[in-house]
Design a protein around this ligand. Sequence first.
Ligand SMILES: *[C@@H]1O[C@H](CO)[C@@H](O)[C@H](O)[C@H]1NC(C)=O
Ligand SMILES: *[C@@H]1O[C@H](CO)[C@@H](O)[C@H](O)[C@H]1NC(C)=O
Ligand SMILES: *[C@@H]1O[C@H](CO)[C@@H](O)[C@H](O)[C@H]1NC(C)=O
Ligand SMILES: *[C@@H]1O[C@H](CO)[C@@H](O)[C@H](O)[C@H]1NC(C)=O
Ligand SMILES: *[C@@H]1O[C@H](CO)[C@@H](O)[C@H](O)[C@H]1NC(C)=O
Ligand SMILES: *[C@@H]1O[C@H](CO)[C@@H](O)[C@H](O)[C@H]1NC(C)=O
Ligand SMILES: *[C@@H]1O[C@H](CO)[C@@H](O)[C@H](O)[C@H]1NC(C)=O
Ligand SMILES: *[C@@H]1O[C@H](CO)[C@@H](O)[C@H](O)[C@H]1NC(C)=O
Length: 406
Amino acid sequence: MEKAIIVVGLLSTLICSTAQVHGDTLVPLTLLKSAISKGAVCLDGSAPAYSYVEGSGNGSSSWMVYLEGGAWCYTLSDCQARSITPFGSSKFMKPYTNFSDIMDLNCTSYPDFCTWHKVYIHYCDGSSFMSDILHLKANLSFRGARIFNVMMQEMLGKGMGNAKEAMLVGSSAGGLATMLHCDKFRNLFPNTSRVKCISDSGFFLYGKDLHAHIIRKYYYGGVVKTHELANALPTTCTSKMDLNLCLFPEYFAGDIQTPLFILESAFDSFQVRYVVGFTSCVRLTTCNSTEIELMKDFRKTFIKTLFGLKNSSSRGMFVHSCYRHGHFPFSETSISLANKTIREAIADWYYDRSYSRELDTQHESPQDCSIHSFVPKPLNKHSLTSLPHNRLCFILCSFLLVFLVV
Ligand SMILES: *[C@@H]1O[C@H](CO)[C@@H](O)[C@H](O)[C@H]1NC(C)=O
Ligand SMILES: *[C@@H]1O[C@H](CO)[C@@H](O)[C@H](O)[C@H]1NC(C)=O
Ligand SMILES: *[C@@H]1O[C@H](CO)[C@@H](O)[C@H](O)[C@H]1NC(C)=O
Ligand SMILES: *[C@@H]1O[C@H](CO)[C@@H](O)[C@H](O)[C@H]1NC(C)=O
Ligand SMILES: *[C@@H]1O[C@H](CO)[C@@H](O)[C@H](O)[C@H]1NC(C)=O
Ligand SMILES: *[C@@H]1O[C@H](CO)[C@@H](O)[C@H](O)[C@H]1NC(C)=O
Ligand SMILES: *[C@@H]1O[C@H](CO)[C@@H](O)[C@H](O)[C@H]1NC(C)=O
Ligand SMILES: *[C@@H]1O[C@H](CO)[C@@H](O)[C@H](O)[C@H]1NC(C)=O
């Protein structure tokens, strides 16, 4: 999702070979060709890719690993379509990645992590870095878990294993991947290192009592089935729940041992669409009262679920009310809670400077806070309740559309 917007941004700004553009840094893509022989490849069999900036000074033993987002593919044909996009093949990835926000390299605008080693791992498997099978018939490689592993090996080769400070960050599908891989990431470091995970807009809710839960189960269950994730999903969930529900963080996030920060909108514009339906309610101003009520229901269930997770004193949260999805790598400096911006809240939590559980209790309705607010565009207006009967490529198509438009 994020990438689509960035692509639009990149094209409109003209890709330039100079590194610095108004404080944002365009970092070149590195193809990890050695991964091919290990079978760690994108959907189409191409090499996975990352963008890396070396740390310096006070950041020379600190590492930030970012997992890119971009939804999932949930059927074979959906995955086939994806394999000819940047989310399924490095052949189509842009040569530069914009490092900004939490990956900001400018110490004036974000002093806390500016000098860290930073790696942006591109997402091309469609399963939140979870899959590990070869689908011969469809001629597709489902190798997300292998990609994650070879990327970690690559970074360990650059010295990441000696990090005194490290964090795994991701947005959207990458935010889900961050939760799923958090404890594994932690184990790459000595137990004396400070290692934490930050999930941005990755808490995709099932909400069994919430409107249209069948749609969500159908979709995420499709991801589980298509990518054959049975043995990859957290056993804390698979041991007691229906497999098709084990990509939903409400059934596993409470068991994550590593400190985790959950950054979310209580009216996540991506998720809300799967509760409200793909109606004319795309901008808040066009939503009617029924739709706003459904959004309020979503918020209530979402907050109840987040705060109902098994208690952990190390967990940080920042749950605001702006109608949007994804904060990194979008620039999002405007949203504050308790007089703290998202950046400040994360840095304070990471360094144990203050208690960090912020929830916007003032607004019970969605707020229109930002020009960046993203809402997925449906291809057509089928109502949600009729969806299981339609073979709609409802999420992927929405961003494919963005590419086609571009
Ligand atoms: C860094 O950020 C500051 C404050 O936002 C800005 O004034 C400055 O131009 C930026 N530096 C670079 C090298 O872009
Ligand atoms: C399968 O995919 C690979 C990699 O993209 C390609 O080289 C090969 O020709 C494909 N095989 C078939 C049978 O489509
Ligand atoms: C690390 O060094 C940079 C550049 O010298 C500085 O701006 C930043 O405040 C330092 N960060 C920390 C956490 O000390
Ligand atoms: C770290 O690991 C060592 C060796 O495995 C163990 O003896 C020590 O108790 C651990 N420390 C903490 C704080 O967990
Ligand atoms: C709001 O819009 C939805 C879908 O467009 C429609 O089904 C519903 O009846 C509308 N509610 C009101 C109160 O207008
Ligand atoms: C977590 O702890 C808080 C405060 O200590 C308490 O109010 C809440 O009920 C606890 N939640 C769970 C799920 O145990
Ligand atoms: C990089 O991202 C920042 C923040 O989203 C944006 O302001 C800037 O225009 C982008 N730069 C390029 C060259 O795309
Ligand atoms: C909010 O933060 C600003 C800048 O850090 C500070 O000047 C102000 O006093 C704070 N306000 C409150 C209510 O804490």
